[in-house]
Design a protein around this ligand. Structure first.
Ligand code: SAH
Length: 406
């Protein structure tokens, strides 16, 4: 196969991860690179004996020196290859479009397109090119997305910090079609949300929490059926009110939502209005959750359900210890303001904190609270964020559903 003359040879023993189809090659495992590949260009990766391992994209400035496209020697990484991968990713999410038009169409490594994120919000696509490889193929990917989805509008939100590690500048601009509208309305399970794809978090919305928002709605419904009254709930780090609206839809009597961002709360209020919920049901508080939880605890406030969905406290493994203290603090106070039989939905989106560690941190909070709690279930990202079994790093969002046992 000679469509690329660029060859990366790995050091002895450094082929192990690739033989298990893990797609990342660290700079420390590379013995030599021949052919002067440019950033993002396709290289043939081989072991120290010259045996083929993978086709990969070269990233000269990154500690992740290459990310693999394919472990199949007969594959040719060209326009058609990208179109096929995009078709397959989009097809695997098509069944979701019946209940929502906010869907993650492409989730990087899980779709064999390392570093590429594509989210759909109604008739708008939003992209993030987070690796040298997908950056190199950007125009081809843009064209293929239009032809596969039939959507003419693509906005590129390649402003994630991960780009700096790949030696790529930040970029926010139209990739296909026109400027996106200021607010795009999406419909998730019958709830309408406004999404600002230009300045909103991530690509504008936390698509990954869809199934957990659905769970919150069901818990509010079950509570009302059982107790004959709507629940009193607290949604911490509410952003644009995702969980708050789901709880209101489920019949919660009162939902207090806290966020420190005035812009996020302004959108949350517009979202409440959009769905005809009143200020009596949905109350918005602009505050620091750490402080507000203490105040509520000291004031003896009680809730039937508390949701904790904070931002990423640990951006890398260097920050794990400090992040663990922060997670423990909010979980401890969150537990203390629960009514008997109250429930807690608690999340972490820090990739550096794995499922086991998160469970240990929350268990630590339970121990300190002196309250007995059961774990009802573990939670994670929705099915449009699948975990590629050969790439465990893809599991970043984890959650626990706890119930106070009393
Ligand atoms: N649960 C949301 C997503 C939460 S994102 C959803 O499903 O849509 C995290 C949010 O926490 C952001 O809106 C950010 O503004 C807010 N935030 C970060 N630190 C905070 C703090 N210390 N106190 C209150 N809000 C905070």
């Amino acid at each position: 196969m000679t469509y690329t003359d660029c060859v990366m040879t790995l050091k002895p023993g450094k082929d192990r991860a690739l033989l298990r189809r893990h797609p990342w090659i660290y700079a420390t495992g590379v013995a030599s690179v021949k052919g002067h590949p440019k950033s993002g260009q396709t290289i043939r990766v081989q072991d120290n004996r010259g045996n083929f391992l993978a086709w990969a994209a070269y990233s000269p400035d990154s500690a992740l020196r290459a990310r693999c496209w394919s472990f199949n020697e007969t594959d040719i990484i060209d326009k058609n290859w990208f179109k096929e991968k995009i078709e397959s990713a989009v097809r695997s999410r098509s069944h979701l479009l019946g209940k929502t038009n906010a869907v993650r169409l492409i989730f990087g490594e899980a779709d064999n397109l390392p570093g590429l994120i594509v989210d759909q919000y109604a008739n708008q696509l939003v992209t993030q090119f987070q690796s040298a490889g997908v950056e190199y193929w950007r125009d081809v990917i843009g064209e293929a997305l239009v032809s596969v989805t039939g959507i003419q509008q693509i906005y590129d939100r390649s402003d994630a910090a991960t780009r700096a590690r790949e030696g790529l500048p930040e970029r926010k601009e139209v990739l296909e079609g026109n400027e996106p509208p200021e607010e795009i309305e999406v419909n998730e399970n019958g709830i309408f949300y406004g999404v600002d794809v230009r300045i909103g978090h991530k690509t504008g919305f936390y698509v990954d929490q869809r199934e957990n928002r659905d769970l919150a709605c069901k818990l509010a419904q079950e509570f009302k059926e059982k107790h004959g009254r709507g629940m009193r709930a607290l949604n911490c780090f509410c952003y644009t009110g995702g969980f708050s609206l789901a709880l209101a839809k489920g019949g919660a009597a009162e939902v207090i939502s806290i966020d420190s961002s005035a812009e996020a709360l302004a959108m949350a209020k517009r979202n409440a209005h959009r769905n005809n919920f009143t200020e009596e049901t949905l109350k918005w508080v602009e505050a620091n959750v750490f402080e507000e939880l203490r105040k509520m605890r000291d004031a003896g406030e009680k809730f039937d359900l508390v949701i904790l969905d904070p931002p990423k406290f640990a951006s890398s493994h260097h920050h794990v210890e400090k992040a663990a203290r922060a997670y423990k603090d909010i979980n401890l106070n969150g537990l203390k303001i629960l009514n008997p039989n109250g429930q807690l939905l608690t999340f972490s989106c820090s990739g550096a904190i794995d499922v086991d560690l998160f469970q240990k941190i929350v268990a630590g909070a339970v121990i300190d609270s002196r309250i007995d709690a059961w774990m009802i279930q573990r939670l994670g990202a929705g099915e449009d964020h699948p975990l590629m079994m050969t790439h465990p790093e893809g599991e970043y969002l984890k959650g626990l559903h706890l119930k106070v046992h009393s």
